[in-house]
Design a protein around this ligand. Structure first.
Ligand SMILES: NC(=O)c1ccc[n+]([C@@H]2O[C@H](COP(=O)([O-])OP(=O)(O)OC[C@H]3O[C@@H](n4cnc5c(N)ncnc54)[C@H](OP(=O)(O)O)[C@@H]3O)[C@@H](O)[C@H]2O)c1
Length: 359
């Protein structure tokens, strides 16, 4: 998609209402993202007919309260989706690969948080503020799979797309500072436990990561590729091209370094941009001020810029440290820093916004 074509699209323009209260299933309801789905569905008053809560056999039989009603968690199986119009998946890639096609065949429209289908042809990869047009033609209750992008990619594109529309990003260099919550509930528990261990002078308990996490940081734990990039870094590259609709020579050059930091919740990213034409600091700030889903924290006099704590539990992506890159000529370079809650905008919120496009 060209920057001009994108700019004519507005988040929130979806197909006309078809189902006033779809039947909803949440696969992975007991996990970090699944719990956030519940919080957001309630907070946003998402219309729901029947609600089905699904997880592994380990959780089957547990009860969860939602909007004053108690639900029993059921085991996720191929037969879980009869009568379901919307299936929100956050049970891991293997479960999505196995059960999302069955859900779609049963008539449920799937919004999947895993990476299983993101790059598949014909599967829309959607950030509602960026490419809402990608869900055109999809109707709740009529099957189909829509993919939610990688959390670091979503947060980056929330900050960068408004600038891309104005001045066409030619090259982007991003470094991430990623929170424990991005690796799920067990990783959050590990960071908490290790912090206690270190402060008590005890040996650290290591179950999730190969490294001590508390008081440390390390290269992202996703699989290393032959080219020396890890999977998370390559997701940021490939998914951005798909979401921006870029192919061949049109593709922005993107390189990423992803690092896990001992933060409980909300990712941070340092982003360096090279544009196709000059974009001044003040123009960039004005654009970001008006961008939906973006909040500016950019007070140089007070050294006040976005922090993961600012973003934790919030819907918006926070952007600051917007400055002309002095290493690039003719005003074509900018630096910025952003923070976003990756369980919210990076996962559950983005998926629910996608579903809202279909209401
Ligand atoms: N955390 C994030 O910020 C984030 C962001 C973007 C995307 N995602 C993606 O979202 C998915 C879930 O992430 P998470 O952070 O919520 O992980 P999590 O906290 O570890 O939760 C995993 C969920 O999947 C369920 N599950 C695991 N194995 C299952 C099986 N065999 N059958 C049915 N359910 C099963 C678990 O149920 P039990 O409780 O029964 O084990 C739990 O509900 C992953 O694909 C992840 O990549 C996460």
């Amino acid at each position: 998609m060209s920057p001009t074509a994108e700019s004519s699209q507005q988040a929130g323009q979806g197909p006309k209402a078809r189902l006033s209260a779809p039947n909803v299933a949440i696969a992975g309801v007991t996990g970090a993202v699944g719990q956030e789905f519940l919080a957001l569905l309630a907070e946003r008053d998402f219309p729901i007919g029947e609600l089905r809560m699904l997880a592994s056999s380990r959780s089957a039989g547990k009860t969860i309260d939602f909007k004053g009603k108690t639900y029993t968690v059921e085991e996720l199986t191929e037969d879980s989706f009869k009568g379901v119009d919307l299936a929100l998946f956050s049970a891991g890639g293997a479960q999505s690969k196995r059960f999302a096609p069955a859900a779609s065949d049963a008539g449920a429209t799937v919004v999947d948080n895993s990476s299983a289908f993101r790059m598949a042809d014909g599967v829309p990869l959607v950030v509602p503020e960026v490419n809402p047009q990608a869900v055109k033609g999809i109707e709740l209750g009529k099957g189909g799979i829509i993919a939610n992008p990688n959390c670091s990619t979503i947060i980056m594109l929330m900050a960068v797309t408004p600038l891309h529309r104005a001045a066409n990003v030619k090259r982007m260099v991003v470094s991430t500072y990623q929170a424990a919550s991005g690796a799920g509930a067990a990783a959050m528990a590990e960071l908490e436990q290790q912090t206690r261990d270190v402060l008590a002078g005890d040996p650290v308990t290591q179950n999730v990561f190969n490294f001590q996490y508390a008081f440390n940081l390390f290269s992202h734990n996703s699989a290393m590729q032959d080219n020396g990039y890890n999977q998370e870094e390559m997701k940021m590259v490939h998914e951005t091209h798909k979401i921006w609709g870029q192919a061949g020579e049109q593709k922005s050059a993107i390189t990423a370094t992803c690092v896990r930091v001992p933060i409980m919740r909300a990712h941070a990213e340092s982003i360096n941009l090279t544009f196709g034409k000059p974009l001044s600091e003040s123009e960039a700030v004005a654009i970001l001020k008006d961008a939906p889903g973006v909040s500016l924290i950019d007070d140089r006099s007070d050294n006040r810029f976005p922090t993961p704590l600012d973003a934790s539990g919030k819907d918006d992506v926070f952007v600051g440290r917007v400055r002309q890159d002095i290493s690039q000529p003719d005003g074509v370079g900018l630096d910025l820093f952003c923070c976003g809650d990756q369980i919210r905008k990076g996962a559950a919120l983005n998926a629910i916004q996608i579903a809202e496009l279909l209401l």
